[in-house]
Design a protein around this ligand. Structure first.
Ligand SMILES: Nc1ncnc2c1ncn2[C@@H]1O[C@@H]2COP(=O)(O)O[C@H]2[C@H]1O
Ligand SMILES: [Fe+2]
Length: 275
């Protein structure tokens, strides 16, 4: 947890990051979540990213990488992500099984660092908000103290704080019961660090970009099934699988863009009532 990864800016001084989230892979490549084959949709997302030929420095994987707790599912994640030529860092989501996740990813050379210095001006901190066995999130005292310690070391750096669970209401009532339960404690740490202005989540399988106490919270589409914004009850969306790009500039400016597959070949089963 203390290890610190340092990456130079590859192309001038901007840092470019690719976010992949909520792949929900299974041991079997034929298996589906809500009617979407999650291995195939992940594979198609990777194909589309390769076609884009964009320059970037780092991949962030923001949890729910596996749906079924198996080593094989994490091996599929590794095989996919290793198609891309850049380092990847990750954090766990509510569905992940860390005993299988940690070793499988580390054995394949995927970095477990949770504090990343990017060029001369930026840093990432990756938090573990998982409460094993339940869908909602919580940051433990240990996580909160670690965050404070990490930010105290480099308070002058512009910072992306990454966690799986959304710390504010998303607008989907059914998903908001599964949000981060102690956002006030996260806010209490961040208020000491004015350059920790940007938070990035997964979990809600939809694009979101909102102000939270003067900070920016962004969430991103899953590489498999999408949830429809602003719904009271569980509702699947027909939008295609997606991913997100970030460009971080030396003065703290952040630019971001969500991309999705152009094809509609991953249509979910709209009659599903949950999982
Ligand atoms: N019908 C449902 N009602 C409420 N929560 C659900 C339903 N179906 C699934 N969920 C949970 O909501 C979570 C949202 O995203 P996750 O992929 O983390 O996992 C999901 C499930 O744990
Ligand atoms: Fe989740």
């Amino acid at each position: 947890m203390d290890s610190l990864l340092t990456l130079p800016a590859q192309d001038g001084s901007d840092i470019r990051i690719l976010q992949i989230t909520d792949t929900h892979l299974f041991a079997g490549k034929h298996q589906s979540l809500l009617g979407v084959n999650t291995w195939s949709s992940f594979d198609a997302v990777l194909d589309a990213i390769e076609v884009q030929q964009r320059q970037y420095d780092l991949i962030i994987a923001t949890g729910d990488l596996a749906q079924d707790h198996t080593v094989e599912a994490y091996q599929h994640f590794v095989a996919g992500i290793n198609r891309l030529p850049k380092p990847c860092v990750w954090l766990p989501g509510n569905h992940d099984f860390q005993p299988a996740m940690v070793d499988t990813l580390a054995d394949a050379g995927i970095k477990s660092d949770k504090h990343v210095l990017l060029g001369d001006h930026w840093q990432l901190v990756l938090l573990d908000s998982q409460v094993f066995g339940v869908p909602h999130g919580m940051l433990s005292e240990y996580q909160l103290e670690w965050l404070h310690t990490a930010l105290s070391k480099y308070p002058e750096r512009h910072t992306l704080v990454l966690l799986h669970h959304h710390p504010l209401a998303s607008g989907c009532t059914w998903l908001d019961q599964h949000s981060l339960r102690n956002p006030h404690q996260l806010e209490a740490v961040l208020q000491h660090f004015p350059r920790a202005r940007n938070l990035v989540c997964g979990h809600i399988h939809q694009e979101l970009d909102l102000d939270w106490h003067g900070r920016r919270v962004m969430a991103s589409p899953s590489t498999c099934v999408q949830f429809k914004p602003h719904c009271t009850n569980f509702t699947i969306d027909t939008l295609a699988p997606g991913w997100r790009w970030f460009t971080l500039q030396p003065d703290g400016t952040l630019q971001t863009e969500v991309n999705r597959l152009q094809s509609d070949m991953f249509r979910p089963d709209l009659d599903s009532e949950g999982y």
